[in-house]
Ligand binder design. Sequence first.
Ligand SMILES: NC(=O)c1ncn([C@@H]2O[C@H](COP(=O)(O)O)[C@@H](O)[C@H]2O)c1NC=O
Length: 196
Amino acid sequence: MYVGRFVVVGPDVGAYRVSSRSFPNREITAREDALTVGPTADAPETDNPYVSYNCLRVVETPTGETAAFGNGSHVDPIAEKLELGYPARDALAESLLALDYEKDDYNTPRIAAMIGDAGEALIGTVRKDALLVETVEEPTLVATYEKDSPESFGLEADGAEAAASEVYDLEFEHAVCAAGVARTEDGFETAIENGD
Ligand SMILES: NC(=O)c1ncn([C@@H]2O[C@H](COP(=O)(O)O)[C@@H](O)[C@H]2O)c1NC=O
């Protein structure tokens, strides 16, 4: 099954996977304050605005650290609103709605998730027909296609590296790269899985 990009999030661990038919030559790199999806050195040039973006950011909010992740440029306003102290629900809903679903051939939804340092976790998506933002108590998945409403998902990983490799290895077709994030006693740890 092809579900496109997806996030999984629970109170302690989260992950984001890029699956792609149209632009598989991509990788995640660690920048100073973000994990970024972008083309590999040998990738053909593209002007597709949805190919490169910060997919995961860890920010300081007025109440502690928070990790935000998703499938596009909405991750930045979500992170910035969380830094400003917006309630997590509002940061997700306002940013998803402001940027809205992608105006491509598939009306691709935007998906997002966050984990706060007290274990508060939320997931959200904006589709052509809906805006959904939910608090989650157990690992939950939402994808761009097919599984496009949040559903319970048995993520077993208990660390960032394990989460990135677990979602990368899932059976869903056209895996490209993945990021993982986990809450630890010393703040959030992140990890990247770019395959072989
Ligand atoms: N975020 C991404 O990495 C991403 N990659 C591709 N897209 C969009 O999804 C469309 C379909 O891509 P694909 O056939 O690779 O699933 C692309 O034309 C593009 O508009 C993306 N946008 C949302 O998921």
